[in-house]
Design a protein around this ligand. Structure first.
Ligand code: NAP
Length: 281
């Protein structure tokens, strides 16, 4: 018997965002194919067919995409080759007749974005547009869940963010929004959404929220550009990686991450959670 995989496909299901989306779709009774690099790592979920596919334009990836109508595309691992891998995947999707890509991008995605990774994200968006595949772009703000990872061992967040604000978004809110869009993709064709939290917070306020949630006091220490580069270069990271790290903060300082959009509530009918609520969830 030939088993035909479902037309809805989710990438990144072994990761945090794609895994949540796959789980929500499964709970909603939808059938989906999970495109993963390592099938044994795929989550075990009702209604899923697991297929092996990396973000490369290989026969395996095209076979995994064959017959897929809508594909949820999570950005690949950050690195210098990420954009090339994204373009490969779009080429494979095009060759396989994929109708619609729902792509996870970043707020302020632009050719001249201050945040280095938002430039890659913009280039991917443009590549998808040029491919002729229908698209929906989900431009996420910084994950609120990621903030604790920005705290150093000494309990400080150090960076050149100035006093500007950032409209952090919880990964869970991005996942439930994406899952709803994937259930009615044609309604969202051609749309670019900005997925933000309900408020914009300065880094000083973020540190206060972290301290208040515990278990330790956290403070924000603004850095000059020289201090920011020197402190990160000390880890021996690549030039590319250091620019990505530092530009997360300079992007905040530029105000590019401060807009509170309201798109999550418009799409789902439920407002996104605050940073304080996320820290206590
Ligand atoms: N908005 C933000 O603040 C923020 C913060 C951190 C990261 N991000 C971005 O958001 C993305 C999703 O977040 P997350 O938390 O779900 O990340 P995550 O847990 O690291 O998951 C990333 C997923 O993408 C898959 N993947 C990576 N490169 C791939 C490739 N070349 N081909 C096929 N699959 C590939 C991984 O598969 P494997 O299991 O095989 O590695 C994994 O399933 C990340 O990739 C990152 O680019 C955004």
């Amino acid at each position: 018997m030939i088993i035909v995989p479902p037309p809805l496909a989710v990438t990144g299901a072994t990761g945090k965002l794609g895994g949540r989306v796959a789980s929500l779709l499964s709970a909603a009774g939808l059938k989906q194919r999970l495109l993963v690099r390592t099938p044994r790592m795929a989550p075990v979920l009702e209604g899923t067919t697991v297929l092996q596919a990396a973000y490369e334009n290989t026969t395996a990836t095209r076979m995994a995409l064959a017959g897929a109508g809508t594909v949820f595309m999570v950005p690949g691992t950050e690195g210098m080759e990420r954009l090339e891998r994204h373009c490969d995947f779009v080429d494979a999707a095009k060759a396989s007749g994929v109708r619609h890509l729902v792509y996870v991008s970043f707020v302020g995605a632009a050719q001249d974005a201050v945040f280095a990774l938002a430039r890659d994200q913009y280039a991917t968006e443009e590549y998808i547009r040029a491919s002729g595949i229908h698209f929906t772009f989900l431009r996420n703000n910084l994950y609120a869940d990621y903030i604790p990872e920005m705290v150093g061992q000494d309990g400080t967040i150090r960076g050149p963010a100035g006093a500007s604000k950032v409209a952090l978004v919880a990964r869970a809110d991005v996942a439930r929004t994406a899952a709803l869009i994937l259930q009615e993709p044609t309604r969202h064709e051609g749309s670019t959404y900005e997925l933000t939290g309900p408020e914009a917070l300065s880094m000083a306020r973020i540190a206060e929220e972290l301290s208040s949630a515990g278990p330790r006091m956290v403070s924000y220490v603004p850095q000059t550009m020289e201090q920011a580069y020197a402190s990160r270069e000390a880890f021996g990271a690549s030039k590319w990686q250091v620019e990505a790290w530092v530009s997360t903060y300079t992007s905040m300082a530029s105000g590019a991450m401060a807009n509170v959009s309201g798109d999550i509530e418009k799409i789902t009918g439920v407002p996104p959670m605050s940073f304080a609520k996320l820290l206590r969830s």
